[in-house]
Design a protein around this ligand. Structure first.
Ligand code: FPP
Length: 265
């Protein structure tokens, strides 16, 4: 792996990660799938530290999808146990590094002990300001949009929202954590090229980076390689290359229209 040369002024503000490949990593070693999840926890630790060190402001990790509830009971229990363990173990380090923990998803479906661990981490770290670490838990992108629509319809019925004046900005305010900016970089490990119902609304203009590295093998240098690759991209937000080079490329989204539809692909 060549030494990454990251431009500190162009570090993506928000990096979102689909951590894939734990099961295949384990199977390739003749281990049970849960061994892959346990190994994946070490990658979570390292990537959180690395993102913090690199100056990433928001890191969102897809830890458990709504669809993951359909996995075998033992696997779901192990994932919940690992999450609780991680949150308890890493709380001190989060406080030391100023990392604020947050969560998106249907948390009401989590077992009570997991929910308590998540809520405790959120509560304890809520004043931390160096990096925001979001766990997508019991999360589905379509469900997030449905949940937003449900709340919006209720407010429209109460007369708080006028359907004729509804625009993208107003709608987005009903999503789970609306103050979090959209991801700039979406990383998927494990040699797959799917979005898997992750942050469907928010990734409209994210740069996508995929790698064959299985999540348990993903280390600091892999995150750095993804950021170097991102920094070589030209983010056009639907405009022409000439237009954006005049305005600045990666990280400069000042030219994006408020409503989005106007700027195209
Ligand atoms: C996908 O691998 C990964 C998951 C479903 C869960 C991610 C969980 C961890 C990294 C462990 C602990 C996490 C936290 C946040 C403490 P897969 O099982 O779908 O892999 P496969 O595609 O090879 O089967």
């Amino acid at each position: 792996m060549p030494q990454a040369e990251i431009r500190p002024d162009r570090v993506p503000r928000h990096v979102a990660v689909i951590m894939d490949g734990n099961g295949r990593w384990a199977q390739a070693r003749g281990l049970e799938r849960n061994a892959g999840h346990r190994a994946g926890l070490e990658s979570v630790r390292e990537v959180v530290r690395a993102a913090h060190d690199l100056g990433v402001a928001y890191l969102t990790l897809y830890a458990f999808s709504l669809e993951n509830w359909n996995r075998p009971k033992e696997e779901v229990s192990e994932l919940m146990r690992l999450l609780e363990h991680y949150l308890e173990e890493e709380l001190a380090e989060a406080m030391e590094n100023g990392v604020r923990v947050r969560s998106i998803g249907r948390l009401d479906r989590l077992p009570p002990s997991t929910r308590r661990a998540v809520q405790k981490a959120i509560e304890r770290t809520r004043r931390n300001e160096n990096m925001e670490l979001l766990f997508a838990l019991s999360y589905g992108g379509r469900s997030e949009i449905v949940d937003a629509a449900r709340r919006l319809i209720r407010e429209a019925e109460l007369g708080v929202v006028d359907p004729d004046r509804l625009d993208e900005k107003t709608f987005a305010a009903y999503l789970y954590e609306p103050d979090v900016p959209d991801p700039d970089l979406l990383i998927r490990t494990g040699n797959e090229y799917r979005v898997s119902n992750f942050l469907l609304w928010q990734i409209a203009y994210a740069e996508i980076y995929t790698t064959a590295v299985m999540w348990p093998d993903f280390r600091r240098e892999h995150l750095e390689a993804a950021i170097v690759d991102y920094q070589a991209r030209e983010r056009r937000f639907g405009q022409t290359s000439e237009q954006v080079t005049g305005a600045g490329a990666v990280g400069d989204d000042s030219s994006v229209g408020g409503e989005g539809e106007a700027v195209g692909r």
